[in-house]
Design a protein around this ligand. Structure first.
Ligand SMILES: Cc1cc2nc3c(=O)[nH]c(=O)nc-3n(C[C@H](O)[C@H](O)[C@H](O)COP(=O)(O)OP(=O)(O)OC[C@H]3O[C@@H](n4cnc5c(N)ncnc54)[C@H](O)[C@@H]3O)c2cc1C
Length: 390
């Protein structure tokens, strides 16, 4: 019997368990991977702490949490560029830290272990029971382990949200690390266009001048039945701008994974515990970024669990707390995703991008949804409903 079981050793699981252990809570963390952080399934981009201050100024520790641990930083970029299918570009100042994601996850888990968390790798949890216990495969032996609280930090297809994912949208993402490329190490590039990344975007994120994280996302109802790897090959080999930067590049690792796109699941507090990070759907839907929210929901979750264990609060306080701290940004992000969906599905993106792109990119990337765009979105929504009725 432990006080808390954490399922998953990503940023969310490592953060919640570290903070709990620092407060003398007995925590055991189960991770199914043999080696934390591998393979890398991430664009490896974190907003710079100065950007976090702008994004969520009222959240006291956002800058501190987002600071990459020592020796996990690959590069710092100053700009983000958005590129349309015919090569038009808009650029905005947005400072980012580009990390080595495997080292980043490993450093966070080491922090948790140093605080006293028992970490069990190669130990997939296979089921969660209503009585506050889990069944875990510990080196081929199935064991039952009990705790007062169970934390789902096991990524997008969490065991704890199994019943709540009907009609919820995920995007499929493919990512690779490429060497021998020739990129601008100061600029993160995002490419959109249905030929390469239908419903989402492709990216080139420089880890240095000759190394980049290259990947893309696609969404089922925007794409043909083409496999994601084909879109990736097409982007790398045929995109008029990207193919030149990546020409001669060598892929040293590649992988794919799902990204939750509809915001937090309807029920992130359940009878046995709470869901944090991707397991709770805490990803910014308009860009698919989830590390900051994984860290933040890790900390917010730890606070709610501590109060609960000390008899000073309920687990459901987690819901109130995340809504207060990161709810407004998540809501805006979902609105922006729905707005860009409308632009993409009725073709207005081609006229919006050159006319209004530069004016609004800076807002949208920071999750601001200015009033004129809300009005425009409302109008597009009405128009698309009228078309569907006709
Ligand atoms: C291709 C791609 C690119 C991305 N790029 C970015 C980016 O640049 N910036 C950004 O902010 N976000 C990015 N994201 C999103 C980001 O990676 C996630 O939001 C983030 O990893 C969430 O952290 P987490 O701890 O909640 O979950 P994860 O990092 O998914 O960690 C979950 C852990 O749980 C383990 N696990 C799963 N099931 C079990 C089980 N049954 N038992 C035990 N362990 C289990 C997994 O092995 C994993 O280690 C990207 C996602 C993808 C797929």
């Amino acid at each position: 019997m432990h006080e808390v079981i954490v399922i998953g050793g990503g940023p969310a699981g490592a953060t919640v368990s570290r903070i709990l252990a620092e407060n003398d809570v007995d925590v055991i963390l189960f991770e199914k991977k043999k080696v934390i952080g591998l393979p890398v399934r991430c664009g490896e981009l974190l907003p710079h702490p100065s950007e976090m201050r702008r994004l969520i100024p009222k959240v006291k520790d956002a800058e501190e949490l987002i600071e990459p641990p020592k020796n996990t930083l690959a590069n710092v970029t100053e700009y983000t560029e958005l590129i349309d299918p015919i090569g038009n570009k808009i650029k905005s100042r947005f400072k980012s830290n580009i990390i080595f994601r495997d080292k980043f996850d490993q450093a966070l888990v080491k922090g948790a272990m140093d605080a006293g968390v028992v970490v069990k790798c190669s130990s997939p949890v296979i089921s969660v029971s209503g009585n506050g216990s889990v069944h875990v495969n510990d080196m081929g032996t199935i064991k039952q382990v009990k705790a007062r609280v169970i934390v789902g930090a096991d990524g997008p297809l969490s065991l704890l949200t199994k019943g709540f994912r009907e009609n919820y949208e995920f995007s499929v993402c493919y990512v690779s690390i490429m060497e021998n490329v020739n990129v601008n190490e100061n600029v993160v590039q995002m490419y959109f266009g249905k030929e390469y990344a239908p419903g989402a975007y492709a990216w080139i994120i420089p880890k240095g001048k000759h190394v980049a994280n290259v990947g893309l996302g696609i969404r089922e109802h925007f794409s043909d039945s083409v496999k994601i790897k084909k879109y990736f090959q097409k982007f790398v080999e045929e995109h008029p701008i990207a193919s030149k930067l990546l020409d001669g590049g060598r892929i040293i690792s590649s992988s794919s994974k799902l990204v939750p796109l509809d915001g937090p699941f309807s029920n992130v507090v359940i009878k046995q515990g709470i869901c944090i990070g991707d397991a709770g759907g805490f990803v910014m839907p308009h860009v698919g970024a989830g590390i900051p929210n994984a860290l933040l929901t890790g900390r917010i979750g730890a606070e709610a669990i501590l109060n609960y264990l000390r008899g000073k609060g309920k687990l459901s306080d987690f819901e109130k707390k995340w809504r207060k701290e990161i709810g407004p940004r998540l809501k805006n992000s979902l609105r922006i995703r729905k707005f860009t969906d409308l632009l993409l599905s009725n073709g207005s993106i081609d006229s919006f991008f050159p006319k209004r792109g530069q004016q609004y990119f800076e807002h949208l990337i920071r999750c601001d949804f200015p009033f004129p765009l809300r009005l425009f979105s409302f109008y597009l929504n009405l128009r698309s409903k009228a078309r569907n009725l006709a």
